[in-house]
Design a protein around this ligand. Structure first.
Ligand code: ATP
Length: 302
């Protein structure tokens, strides 16, 4: 017995507002005509543009990675339902993250910061998801607040797997991808990218939640890179500028456990960097029961 599977087309959907665009795609909210209650985010990638900009590799990586990660329904991963294409475009039909970018939420808070409770809440969801991603043999390689979206309940979802390293190439991978401020020292110094490089980005995000800006930020990319490889950021133990830094009072006001954890993450040598299992054992997370997924995955609007 053979069943004919109907191919999807753009005509199956009602395209609503644009949600955003990336380097080679535009993302729209869309409703399925057969079930108008169900909203999707459809990422539309122009074939011409992808070929012209040499992005075919990245589009394939994103599709394969989302397919692999979607095999179990982890709440922290944007689900890819299916893909289809027509003459002009490729279409990725994704979970619609109704709550938008976490960064927008961060921007409406005072000074672009979260309080300790919110910071911990989101860190726990990122860590649980990152642990899952790594357990599938995948390095995200471009973890940053812009790639953290919220669903309608305010649960966090990691997106943008266009830079991820496929499992076949899991131990190390070279070439600069990612965003200057979150890039790891091992990538800058040795062209290496490891699971620990995602952990580095995690430390940058934690610092940013508490302080409102990433730890390493120069006037240009080169200055930012110089700061990263010399571990020049305000909470560094050996940083003489600590007392002079304009944000210096955040160091006085911040829970020392957060500073301690950030220092353990922002370690130049990736082999000395704290690992995810040990992050989960850090005293700042003493009140978290990592086995209790329902409590970890509460949304902030639930
Ligand atoms: P690039 O791929 O160039 O790094 P990007 O990851 O920002 O850029 P996209 O994945 O195309 O590019 O997303 C562009 C924007 O669209 C995002 O920043 C986000 O605001 C919005 N967006 C993406 N996916 C979704 C989604 N599933 N639900 C809601 N909004 C989304």
């Amino acid at each position: 017995m053979s069943a004919t599977v109907k191919k999807h087309t753009p005509q199956d959907f009602i395209f609503k507002q644009e949600l955003g665009h990336g380097a080679y795609s535009t993302v729209y909210k869309a409703l399925d005509k057969r079930n108008l209650k169900k909203a999707y985010a459809i990422k539309v990638c122009s074939k011409n543009h992808i070929i012209k900009e040499n992005k075919v590799k990245y589009v394939n990586i994103e599709k394969n990675t989302l397919n692999l990660l979607g095999k179990t329904n982890h709440p922290g991963i944007i689900k890819l339902y299916y893909t289809f294409h027509d003459k002009q475009n490729l279409y990725f039909v994704l979970d619609y993250a109704k709550g938008g970018e976490l960064l927008s939420l961060l921007h409406i808070q005072t000074n672009g910061t979260f309080d300790e409770l919110y910071s911990k809440h989101f860190m726990v969801q990122i860590i649980d998801t990152l642990e899952y991603i790594h357990s599938c043999g995948i390095i995200h390689r471009d973890l940053k607040p812009e790639n953290l979206l919220l669903d309608k309940w305010g649960k966090l979802m990691i997106t943008d797997f266009g830079a991820a390293s496929p499992p076949a190439n899991m131990s190390t991978c070279s070439s600069f991808v990612g965003t200057a401020e979150y890039v790891s020292p091992e990538l800058l110094l040795f062209n290496q990218c490891k699971f620990a490089s995602d952990v580095w980005a995690l430390g940058c995000i934690l610092y940013q939640f508490i302080n409102g800006t990433p730890p390493f930020r120069g006037e240009n990319e080169l200055k930012t890179f110089e700061k990263i490889v010399s571990l020049d950021y305000p909470w560094n133990n050996n940083n003489n500028n600590l007392l002079l830094h304009p944000n210096n009072n955040t160091a006085n006001l911040t829970n020392p456990q957060i500073i301690n954890l950030t220092r353990k993450i922002l370690t130049l040598n990736p082999n000395d960097r704290i690992t995810i299992p040990n992050i989960k054992l850090h005293p700042w997370f003493n009140d978290i029961n990592w086995q209790d997924k329902d409590s970890i995955w509460r949304g902030i609007w639930q």
